[in-house]
Design a protein. Structure first.
Lengths: 117, 113
């Protein structure tokens, strides 16, 4: 199957700083990428849909100014957590929809664990 | 309002036996269903899917059954292996899978040797 890579896989930062997480589709072009957040023992919650070359579509309750999403190319989407606070500590996962060669299937990254001190 | 429900947070089975993981949904617009397996600190990996035009899909040891009238699907793993121990997420989507996925809360499966 296709490969989606996230970086960094683990990040610790101080409260008030900003953190950028990258999501790359390594062997296919993804016009659409999705960002999820998972709290301990809870489901994956969709935060936003990222479309290449246009603004992201945020789910209800997700602050677009706090979670900045940029999908500048067909293989890269970034999530920036601005002015991070301890309550932003979570596991962030991206997914990318494969192109026709992969039947439009959804592939997930390995996830990025953010800890805000 | 939870549209996809996995009511069992955990399940424990013996190696070699059948594991049955259940999932219920409420949105009648869902027409594509998927199961993902997830290890701690990793992203989910796709296991198997089923379209609403089918009631069964099989792939090796994994079989997914769909009961549209009951809005219920289940994942059967036979025979279960210790390496199957993980959290299993049920997900649903509309428009043949092209819409966003809605996930259940997951069921933690433990297969005992």
């Amino acid at each position: 199957g296709a490969v989606v890579s996230q970086h960094p896989s683990w990040v610790i930062c101080k409260s008030g700083t900003s953190v950028k997480i990258e999501c790359r589709s390594l062997d296919f072009q993804a016009t659409t990428m999705f960002w999820y957040r998972q709290f301990p023992k809870q489901s994956l919650m969709l935060m936003a849909t990222s479309n290449e070359g246009s603004k992201a579509t945020y789910e209800q309750g997700v602050e677009k100014d706090k979670f900045l999403i940029n999908h500048a190319s067909l293989t890269l989407s970034t999530l920036t957590v601005t002015s991070a606070h301890p309550e932003d500590s979570s596991f962030y996962i991206c997914s990318a929809r494969g192109d026709r060669a992969f039947g439009g299937e959804l592939f997930f990254g390995e996830g990025s664990r953010l800890t805000v001190l | 309002d939870q549209q996809v429900k996995q009511n069992s947070p955990s399940l424990s089975v013996q190696e070699g036996r059948i594991s049955i993981l259940n999932c219920d949904y409420t949105n009648s617009m869902f027409d594509y269903f998927l199961w993902y397996k997830k290890y701690p600190a990793e992203g989910p990996t796709f296991l198997i899917s089923i379209s609403s035009i089918k009631d069964k899909n099989e792939d090796g040891r994994f079989t997914v059954f769909l009961n549209k009238s009951a809005k219920h699907l289940s994942l059967h793993i036979v025979p279960s292996q210790p390496g199957d121990s993980a959290v299993y997420f049920c997900a649903a989507s509309g428009k043949g899978g092209s819409e966003k996925l809605v996930f259940g809360k997951g069921t933690k499966l433990t297969v005992n040797p």
